[in-house]
Ligand binder design. Structure first.
Ligand code: KG4
Ligand code: ZN
Length: 378
């Protein structure tokens, strides 16, 4: 079965064709990051307009790549993200998907974006040897960690497609914590990739063994707060205190924003340098996030008797987090399943892939489908 998947929930316009839920035949992602960079975050109106401008081209390219891979192949269904995400952005993808489903005479499949991130470890590229990852049904019971710009959630997955939230952030998502820190430190948008590179260069430098990391708070929620969310306190994170601690640190260390001309620097990407002091702060901040996430994951794995740890979402690209979660999973005897880097950020393949396992809607019901910006997965 060939499914076309469309994704426009945030700042990527994406489309892909996936066979039988796993084999990716085409995958096209147009990123709007340069459009939002001057504003230090995603501007919904700009996102929506850019989706409108790009959606036809992105879908056309995905379909023509599919036709080259499978001459004469036909699309059996159109899948689309209907939430959660930015309403004006979601609407563009949903309307395009409705139009395509009608014109192709195939059903529509409505997909939850967060659930789709958790499907990414099961995707593989057409033409490559089959991956060693198990199929979704044999990966359960699994602990799912969806970690992105909008979410940080731990799910108990007893059967594939059946989720119970057992932990979450009580305020900012991990990706948001990376993005806000980068903005505060003047390191651009999005923050995750740049902070990751700087921290990596820092840990590889001699300074890392000479200096202690800044003791930033490790994401512990305030007493009593997690009870409000109905979740165990030791399965929740809060990153707002960490952000405030960083702000205070920056205010107390004016040399970060205005370094002396002879301050030692570190190259973290070709031709890109920051002061060693800045790299030290970045590495410390990232470590606070990584250790908070690794700690909650360890707690869940110890309690749950899980076979696998399923990792998905843009922040799962973080090299330090991948290593830390790999070590935690190994110690707790669970297999860490995570996607190839190209499937970690938002893409259409995760939408088309998950859709194979979901109910489709057709006729009037498909036309009536609306976006659900605050959609939960349960
Ligand atoms: O999943 P995604 O593409 O979009 C959402 O659904 O939110 O995730 C985007 C988030 C951004 O906050 C970005 O800073 C973060 O993922 N991110 C990273 C890295 N690459 C992207 N965070 C930490 N380390 C990275 N290497
Ligand atoms: Zn996402």
């Amino acid at each position: 079965m060939y499914i076309l998947g469309i994704e426009t929930s945030c700042d990527e316009t994406a489309a892909a064709v996936v066979k039988d839920g796993r084999e990716v035949l085409s995958n096209v992602v147009y990123t709007q990051i340069p459009l939002h960079q001057p504003y230090g975050g995603v501007v919904p109106e700009i996102a929506s307009r850019a989706h409108v401008e790009k959606i036809s081209e992105v879908v056309k390219t995905a379909l023509s790549q599919f036709e080259s891979a499978v001459p004469g192949g036909r699309i059996d269904a159109v899948a689309v993200t209907y939430g959660p995400g930015l309403s004006p952005a979601l609407i563009v993808g949903l309307n395009a998907a409705k139009g395509l489903a009608i014109s192709l005479g195939v059903p529509l499949i409505a997909i939850n974006h967060i659930e789709a991130h958790l499907h990414t470890p099961f995707l593989f590229d057409a033409g490559l040897p089959p991956p060693s990852v198990p199929d979704p049904a044999s990966a359960v019971p699994a602990l799912g960690l969806a970690i992105s710009g909008g979410h940080t959630n731990w799910f108990d997955i007893t059967a594939y497609g059946s989720y119970r939230t057992i932990g979450q952030t009580l305020d900012d998502a991990a990706g948001e914590a990376f993005d806000k820190a980068a903005k505060l430190l003047g390191l651009g948008y999005p923050g995750g990739p740049v902070l990751d590179k700087i921290a990596k260069a820092y840990f590889a430098s001699p300074d890392a063994s000479l200096r202690k990391l800044v003791p930033f708070p490790k994401g512990r929620p305030r007493e009593g707060v997690s009870a409000l969310a109905g979740l165990a306190a030791d399965m929740c994170v809060s990153f707002s205190g960490l952000k405030t601690a960083l702000l205070r640190y920056v205010q107390q260390h004016p040399e970060l924003a205005n370094p002396p001309s002879d301050a030692p620097t570190l190259e973290y990407a070709p031709g890109q340098r920051v002061t060693l002091d800045m790299a030290h702060v970045v590495a410390s901040y990232q470590e606070a996030i990584v250790s908070a996430v690794a700690d909650r994951t360890r707690t869940a794995l110890r309690r749950g008797g899980y076979k696998t740890l399923l990792l998905g979402g843009g922040v799962s690209l973080n090299s330090r987090l991948r290593t830390a979660l790999g070590a935690v999973a190994e110690r707790e005897k669970a297999t860490l399943l995570m996607a190839k880097p190209k499937y970690c950020g938002d893409n259409g393949a995760m939408i088309a892939g998950l859709a194979y396992y979901r109910r489709n809607i057709s006729g009037e019901d498909a036309l009536r489908l609306d976006v659900a910006p605050s959609l939960e997965i349960e």
